[in-house]
Ligand binder design. Structure first.
Ligand SMILES: Cc1ncc(COP(=O)(O)O)c(C=O)c1O
Length: 287
């Protein structure tokens, strides 16, 4: 698993992670009233940074949490976390809550309460033994109706991931009203007759930065990509199923609810697209 590194960002300064102190009245702690981003870093360089910052700004705007930093300041905070934690391959976690008021009230605190800003870097998780593929289960999507906002209020996602773990699977793929939504912590792409298909963006799913990059890598090597609703039946009959997430890249699903996908091995389209996606990542050993 990813291990957090020494230096964190907290409300305006870099400091040792072990010295960060957050009030129990912070609304992230009391209500999950916060948003977050996870930005992958390769060879000391943030990958798909604009897409992550676009999404962070949008999540804040949708929830009416004040954004205390301009884009250039976010970039400096992220660069500082990378440099001060030794560069290389990392994941940078950013979280902003609506701050700590002096009382617990569902309604928003006064404007004078500043957001709480926290950032840390972790080593990028070691390649999982299942890196070349995982088993997944399907579950009913029990989440709220604004899954396009990257909120820290993730209880239904946690329950789904835990159910997957208890079933010996690496991911839970969520279904709502007979259609695929996404994974508990990933986007889902299916391949049908060589064509990549994902669910269109909308309030039921997080717009995935990795999926967007995968679609442009796939288009770049001449494959067709579509945004379409995917019925449960279509999901189960797909030639290939992949899950995609910033810290996980693209992982083929080899088995769904105990039934093999294709021949139960990573598919040929995955091999092609994974190579094209890999080529987009920063390489080298510099910070
Ligand atoms: C629910 C959910 N959907 C999709 C994704 C994939 O998003 P991204 O590719 O930007 O990491 C994640 C990532 O963690 C997620 O938690």
């Amino acid at each position: 698993m990813a291990a957090p590194l020494h230096t964190a960002w907290f409300n305006g300064s870099f400091m040792p992670l072990s010295e960060v102190r957050i009030s129990p009245l912070d609304r992230a702690f009391l209500f999950g009233d916060a948003v977050y981003e996870v930005i992958p870093v390769y060879a000391g360089q943030a990958f798909l940074l604009d897409a992550h910052l676009d999404r962070l700004e949008r999540s804040l705007q949708e929830l009416g949490i004040r954004n205390p930093h301009r884009r250039t300041e976010w970039i400096d905070i992220i660069s500082g976390l990378i440099e001060q934690n030794g560069g290389g391959n990392l994941s940078v976690y950013l979280q902003l809550s609506r701050g700590a008021d002096n009382r617990r009230d569902h309604a928003f605190p006064p404007e004078s309460v500043p957001p709480t800003v926290f950032g840390m870097a972790s080593t990028m998780a070691e390649p999982h033994p299942d890196q070349l593929g995982l088993r997944a289960i399907t579950l009913a999507d029990q989440r709220w109706a604004r899954c396009d906002i990257k909120s820290t209020a993730l209880l239904a996602n946690l329950l789904a991931r835990q159910a997957a773990r208890e079933a010996g699977a690496g991911e839970a793929i969520l279904l709502r009203d007979g259609y695929l939504s996404e994974g508990s912590a990933s986007s889902v792409i299916i391949v049908e007759h060589g064509v990549l298909v994902r669910r269109p963006d909308g309030p039921e799913v997080l717009p995935g930065t990795t999926t967007a990059a995968i679609f442009s890598a796939a288009t770049g090597i001449g494959l067709s990509c579509r945004d379409e609703m995917i019925s449960e039946q279509r999901l189960r009959q797909a030639d290939e199923i992949w899950v995609a997430a910033a810290t996980r890249g693209i992982t083929p699903v080899l088995e769904l609810d105990g039934r093999k996908i294709g021949d139960g091995r990573p598919g040929p389209v995955w091999r092609q697209v994974a190579a094209a996606f890999e080529a987009l990542k920063p390489h080298g050993t510099t910070h």
